[in-house]
Design a protein around this ligand. Sequence first.
Ligand SMILES: *Cc1c(COP(=O)(O)O)cnc(C)c1O
Length: 360
Amino acid sequence: MSRAYNFCAGPATLPEPVLRQARDEMLDWRGTGMSVMEMSHRSDEFVEIAETAEQDLRELAGISDDYTVLFMQGGASSQFATIPLNLLGENGRADYVNTGIWSEKAIAEASRYGDIQVAASSEASGFTTVPLQETWNTRPDAAYLHYTPNETIGGLEYDFIPESGNVPLVADMSSTMLSRPLDVSRFGLIYAGAQKNIGPSGLVVVIIRKDLLGKARSETPTMMNYQVIAENGSMYNTPATYSWYLAGLVFKWLKEQGGVDAMAAVNRRKATKLYEFIDGNDFYANPIDPRFRSWMNVPFTLADDALNGTFLKGADERGLLNLKGHRSVGGMRASIYNAMPEAGVDALIDYMAGFAKEHG
Ligand SMILES: *Cc1c(COP(=O)(O)O)cnc(C)c1O
C-alpha cells in the first residue's frame, strides 16, 4: 500500500500513525469486542475516550478552566449562525472583519440575526492583505468582534491577535488551530471545523469563555445553545462519537510530536521553503502580502494558465494530489497542515522545479 501526499484543503490528510491505530482498533477497541463506532456514548469506555480527548486538547492549546470545550456538529459553517444566536444579546450588535471568503460567509449568516457591521475589509486589495488594526472601525458596545485568523481559500493569515478591549474576540480557527502556539486567554470564543487540523469533517470544536454561556436568545434551537451543550458535556444528543475519538488520536499524536511549539517549527519551515521556491522562480507566483502569507494554505499560479491541466495531471501521476485551487480563485493551492510531512513539501517543490524547467 502506498500513501499519496494529499494537499486537499479539507477534508485534509491525517497523520498516518493515527489512521493505523484507528485501523488496528477498528473491530475491537481494547478488548471491548466492538468498534468505537458501535459503542454507547454513555458507556464508561466512550466517556473516557471523550474526556481524554478534551484533556489532551486543553493541554496542547493551553486552555484554562475559565473556558468550556464543546465538541459540536455541523462543521464550522453552522457556527456562523450559532455564534450570533448565542452571543448577540440585547443590543444585537457585532463587528466583523472581512478578509476573504470565509469571513464573508460568516458575515452573511450573522447579518440574518442582528446589526452586523464590517469593521474593516481588505476586499479592495483582492483579499491579499490584512487591514492593519489602526484602520478598524469597531464599536465599543458590540457584543463581540469576529475575525478569521486564516483564510483557507485565499491563503491569508494574521500574524497578530487583534486588540478588542472589553469586547469578546471571536475567531474562526478552522484551518490554523493547533498549527502554532496560541494565547487562548485573549479570546471569548474560538471555533474550528475539524477536517483541517483536527480530524474528520462534521465535528466542530468550540472553546468558549464561561461567562459567555447562558446568553442565547430564547428562540435558539436547543442543539445550538452553548449553555445546553455545555451542561450536557456535548452529549445533549448523540455526539459524533467516531470523529471525537479520531480527534483524540490526533491530539495524542500532536503531543508525541512535541506539541504545538514543535509543530510550529516544522510548519514555519515547510511554508518558508515553499514560498521561497515560488518567489525565486519566475514561473510561479503567489499574490499575498508576504507578511500575511498563510503557513497552512499556499495558493500559487503558473506563468500560463493553459498549463494548469498538464501540471495537475503530472502531479497526480506522482501522488501529489488535490493541488487544484479553489474554484473562486483558480490556479493551484497546496494545503500543508500539521499532518503533511515535510517530505511531501519537498516532493512538491521537486516536481514544481522540474515542471518549470520543462515548460518555462
Ligand atoms: C473549512 C472552513 C470552514 C467551513 O467548515 P465546514 O466544516 O465545511 O462548515 C469555515 N471556515 C474556515 C476558515 C474554513 O477553513
